[in-house]
Design a protein around this ligand. Structure first.
Ligand SMILES: [Zn+2]
Length: 295
């Protein structure tokens, strides 16, 4: 995908596409009967043939204007020790090469925005060099929600092994290098990008708006992070994922989010929807649906 918004060109930097996760585990409130009723659009793009597994993508968004290069979320990263979990542990993916293929070297990145500090959104914040975790992007400022950072820091101080070491290997090196920017949830960057609190999935979870109030005929874009993990949640926003730290708050925010953008001109770019990832929310037959152009 690349979307030219007039100010920013947007590209996806994939890490691992089409990862199967059991619906019964990651959307525990879903039922086989409800999923079967959606089979006509879930298969094959969003679910396995037997509907037991949903397909998720792990990717970053790359935004480029004539003056700025911005990454939103940084996937899982290479070489990270994640307790042997096969989805995350000691990955070796060509994510950096894919970034380079788009014409971007690590030193070109000006800002890294992390929607929250789960391990699959901060992995490429750092890379292993001579046995040390160092910031991957040597010039970048890394934007973290202050609320989120303080929550993770408290958890780390209570138990340094909490969260599979994500804080130690992907957050602390950025703090120590002085590249972190701890911000409030209404932070704005350059007048075009602004954060909005979307607490629930995590305490400091945010979404990122790309607004074009000065540009005619260009639709707003929203990087919705983990407000939605899978397209079926547009129809069933009450289904929080097993990864949501406050499932009730997450569902409450998700329900308001899908209602707010239903039948709007906004493009929604979630962190885990399979290719082409970008889509819109439409209302039909009294329900909300995910609509993504094929391609
Ligand atoms: Zn995630």
């Amino acid at each position: 995908m690349n979307l030219n918004t007039g100010h920013f060109r947007i590209d996806i930097v994939p890490e691992t596409p089409d990862v199967p996760l059991a619906f019964a585990e990651f959307l525990p409130n879903s039922t086989p009967e409800q999923l079967a009723a959606e089979a006509h659009w879930l298969r094959p793009r969003y679910a396995s043939a037997d509907l037991a597994h949903g397909l998720l993508s792990f990717h970053s968004y790359l935004l480029r204007s004539p003056t700025q290069t911005v990454l939103i979320d940084t996937c899982m990263g290479n070489d990270k020790e994640r307790g042997g979990h096969p989805m995350f542990h000691r990955l070796q993916t060509p994510w950096l090469s894919r970034l380079a293929a788009l014409g971007v070297q690590p030193e070109d990145v000006d800002y890294v925005l992390c929607t929250h500090l789960h391990g699959d959104h901060v992995g490429w914040n750092t890379c292993l060099r001579d046995g040390q975790w160092v910031p991957t992007f040597p010039r970048a400022r890394y934007v973290f929600s202050k609320v989120e950072y303080e929550d993770r820091r408290a958890a780390f101080e209570a138990d340094p092994s909490a969260g599979f070491g994500v804080f130690a290997d992907s957050i602390l090196p950025v703090m120590r290098s002085g590249q972190a920017l701890l911000v409030d949830s209404d932070f704005e960057l350059g007048g075009l990008l602004r954060l909005e609190s979307a607490a629930g999935h995590t305490p400091g979870n945010v979404i990122v708006h790309l607004d074009h109030s000065s540009a005619a005929n260009i639709s707003p874009v929203i990087f919705s992070g983990d407000v939605l993990h899978h397209p079926v949640q547009v129809k069933y926003p009450e289904w929080s994922s097993a990864f949501c730290e406050d499932p009730r708050a997450s569902a409450y925010y998700r329900q308001a989010f899908v209602e707010r953008y239903a039948d709007s001109e906004c493009w929604i770019l979630p962190a885990h929807f399979p290719h082409p990832s970008a889509g819109q929310i439409i209302r039909a037959g009294g329900c909300l649906h995910w609509h993504a152009p094929s391609g």
